[in-house]
Design a protein around this ligand. Structure first.
Ligand code: HEM
Length: 119
């Protein structure tokens, strides 16, 4: 249930379209497929970053804590740390989200795994 998948950059790149849109931020992979139409910053920017490490552009915008909470719901796994773009993913550890309020206990293993990535 709380299994965390790992994605290589090649795996990530397989989800680079509107039909299946994953992107990585801070070494974490997010399935944004159902979020494309809801993104307050528009669909264009998500489509631009689809299937890629979007850490830099995500941080440049200065997303709110609320944005980070939304992200947690879309978290599907981790970017493989031995991937070629390792350094890029690493620098993302500056992304320190506020942990979501407890309550989703059935899902807590996944939450812990998500948070652990930041330490
Ligand atoms: C999982 C990924 C993402 C989530 C959950 C997300 C969520 C949000 C949210 C909630 C906002 C409203 C403002 C805020 O609360 O910060 C926002 C605005 C915005 N986002 Fe994202 N975002 C994501 C990825 C990206 C990416 C990859 C880019 C690439 C540049 C981007 C660009 C923007 C822009 C330009 C705005 C508008 C800022 C403004 O008009 O003030 N977002 N996003």
């Amino acid at each position: 249930m709380s299994e965390v998948k790992t994605f290589s950059f090649a795996d990530l790149a397989n989800h680079g379209s509107r039909d299946s849109l994953y992107l990585a931020v801070g070494g974490k992979v997010y399935d944004c497929t159902d979020f494309i139409d809801e993104h307050p910053g528009g669909e264009e920017v998500l489509l631009d970053e689809a299937g890629r490490d979007a850490t830099e552009s995500f941080e440049d915008v200065g997303h709110s804590d609320e944005a980070r909470e939304i992200m947690y719901k879309m978290y599907v796994g981790d970017l493989k740390s031995d991937s070629t773009e390792k350094t890029k993913a690493k620098s993302a550890s500056a992304t320190t989200p506020k942990p979501i309020a407890a309550g989703d206990s059935a899902d807590s293993g996944r939450l812990v795994s998500w948070i652990k990535g930041f330490f």
